[in-house]
Design a binder for this molecule. Sequence first.
Ligand code: FE
Length: 733
Amino acid sequence: MEGSAASKMTMIQGEVVVMKKNVLDFKDVMASVLDRVHELLGRRVTLQLVSSVQPDPGNERRGRLGKAAHLANWVKIKSAVTAEETAFAVAFEWDESMGTPSAFVIKNHHRSQFFLKSLTLRDVPGASGSIHFVCNSWIYPSHRYGYDRVFFSNQAYLPNEMPELLKEIREEELMNLRGNGKGERKEWDRVYDYDVFNDLGSPDKVQQSFLDQTLRDSFGILLESRSAWRADEEFGREMIAGLNPLVIRRLQEFPPLSKLDPDVYGNQHSSIREDDVEPNMNGLTIDEALKQNKLYVLDYHDSLMPYLRRMNSTGAKLYATRTVLLLKDDGILMPLAIELSLPHPQGEKYGAVSKIFTPAAKGVEASIWQLAKAYVAINDSGFHQLISHWLHTHATMEPFIISANRQLSVIHPIYKLLHPHFRDTMQINALARHILINADGVLERTVFPGKYSMEWSSSLYRNWVFTDQALPADLLKRGVAVLDPSCDGGVRLLIEDYPYAVDGLEIWSAIETWVTEYCSYYYKTDKTIQTDIELQSWWSELRNVGHGDKKHEPWWPKMQSRSELIQTCSIIIWIASALHATVNFGQYPYAGFLPNRPTVSRRFMPESGTKEYEELKKDPDVAYLKTITPQLQTLLGISIIEVLSMHSTDELYLGQRESPNWTADDEVLAMSRRFTERLEQIENNIVRRNNIKSLKNRLGPVKMPYTLLYPNTSDYTREGGMTGKGIPNSISV
Ligand code: FE
C-alpha cells in the first residue's frame, strides 16, 4: 500500500470507552449517567488517527493526521465492558493509502476532564484483527496542555524498531513526561520528577512524654483466653512465617559477633556463652550444632545500638536484642537465649552492658522470659514497619517508577512488562509522607524509634543492596540456604519448613521464568540491550539520580546483557508484588493482637528487690501490660494496620492484567497465560502444604496457616477486605 498514489477512502468503525464513575465525577455526583454521557457528545471531543507510512505535508518527519472524528452515539457493548464503563461509537474517514493506524491524537474541548480507558478499531484495512489502544488516562481540556495528547496502539516497539514517522512523537511524549524541572506541578501536568523527602522534625527536642495508660481494660481478658501466642514455638515460628520473616540468619560463629567499629563502640560482641544455651540443646554441643546448621540468630544489636541512647532519652525503655535459636529435628525453631543490651552508662566506647535470659516455664522466671521475648518483638515490629516494609519496598521502589515513566515510552516492551507493578505506588507513598512517616506522624507515635524513625530508616538505607533483594540471593546472604541448581530459584533451604522461603521460592521462580521468556522474546542478543537508548537512559537515570546516593556501588547490574535485564526486572517485580505482600497484608492478623507484637516499651526489665519485680511476681499480666505499648498508641497503631491490611475490591493480583489487550503480541500473551497457570499451581501447593501435619511451622500453636504468599491469581470475585492472602501486582497500600 505504501507509495501507492491512488487514495481510497474507507470508514473505520471504533469504540471509545470512558469510565462511568469518572463521567459521574464530571461536575456533579448527583447527576444521572445519561446526562453526563450526553455532555461528552456534541462534537466537542475529537480524535484523529495518525499514519505511520505517509508523512505530514507540514512536517516530513511525522505521520500525517487523518480527518477528525467525533464521539457519536452512546452504545452498549455486550462484552469487555464492565458496569463502570461507558462506550461511544466513533467512525473515522480514512485514506487506505495511509496504512494501518498505530497512534491517535485526542482533543477535549469541554471545560472538564474525563477518564479515557481505551479505543478499539474494527475491520481496519490491512490489519488482521481489531486494533487496541489501551489509554487509562485523564484527558483535560486541550488548552491545559502545550501539546497534543497522543496514544499508541498496544504493539510494543523497541526504540529503534519504531516506525520512522512515529519516532519523533514517541520522543516528544517522553519529553513531556520529564518536564523541564521548573515551576509548580498542576493536576493536569503529567510530569514525573524527583524530590527529596526530608521531614525529620526536631528529633532531639524533648518528646512529649509517652501516654501513660494501661492496657488492662482492653486486653486483660484476652490475655487469659488466648495463650498460644506465648509459646516459645510460636515466637520462633513468627521469624520464618510471620510478618517479618526476612531477618533471621544462620549462626556461623559463636558467640554472635558485632560489626560495629570497636574504636567508637567498644566491645559489642555477644556475651552469650555455651553454658547459657547447651542445657536446652538436646545433648548437642555448640560445635556440633554449628556444623549441622542448627543454630540461628535474630540479631538487632548492630542496627539499634548506635541509636539506643538517643531513643531512650525520650522516655522509651528499649534494648538492642539478640535471640539465639535451635533448629530442632522436627523443624521447630526454639529460642535458647535472649540477650538484652544497653549502651554503657559512661559512654559508647566502653561497650555494651548486656544481660542474658533463658527459657523458663514457671514462677517469676517465666514472666521474665515472657518480657524478654516482648523486648525482642518490639525490635522486630519497629524494624518490620520502618525497614522491611517502608524502606525496602515502598521507598526503594519509587525511583524505579519515576525513572521508568520519564525514560521508557509506554510502548516500550519493558515499560509494558513493569507497568502493572507500579500501579498506585506513587499515590500511597505521597499519602504516607502526609500522615504516616512525616515528623510527628502516625509511625513516630506508634513505633519505638519515635522521633528517630526516619533518621534510623535513612541510615539503614546504606545497607540496602538492590541485587540482594532477589529472594535466592537474600537467603544465601543470610546463610539459610545453599546453592543447588536442582531446586526452585537454584537454592536449597537449610530450614526446610521455612514457610515464607518455600512459598517465596516457587513464586520467585515463576516470576523469573516469565521475565526470562518475555525479555528473550524482545531481545535476541545482548547487543540489542546495549543499543536500546530508552532502556539505557532509564537505567542510567535510576542509578545516578533516583538511587543517586548509591551511584558508586559496584553491585548495580550494568544493563549490558540479557541476564542483567532479566535479573533486574525479576527483582523489581518481586519487590513490588511478593515482598510487599509478605510484610503488608499480615499486619492485622499477626500484630492486631498487640501483646503478641508490642511496638514500644515503657519499662526496663525489673530487677530483683524492686517493687516492679514484686508486681511481676504477683500479677505478671499487669506488669506485662505496663511495660508494653500504652492504650492510645495501641488504638492508633491498630486502626492503621487494619486499613493497611485490606485488599481493595479492584485489586489486581500477580498474573492479572487490567486489560486483556495490553499487548498485541500473541506469543507474549501465551507466555503470560503460562505464568498465570504456574501461579495457580502454586496456590494448590500452598493449600496442600498447609494441610501437612508434619510441617509444624505452617500453622503453629496459634493455628494460623501461612497464606501471605498465596497469589490469589485465580480469584476474580473481587471481594477485597481482610483476607490475609493474595499478592497484588503493586505496592498500593
Ligand atoms: Fe504497604
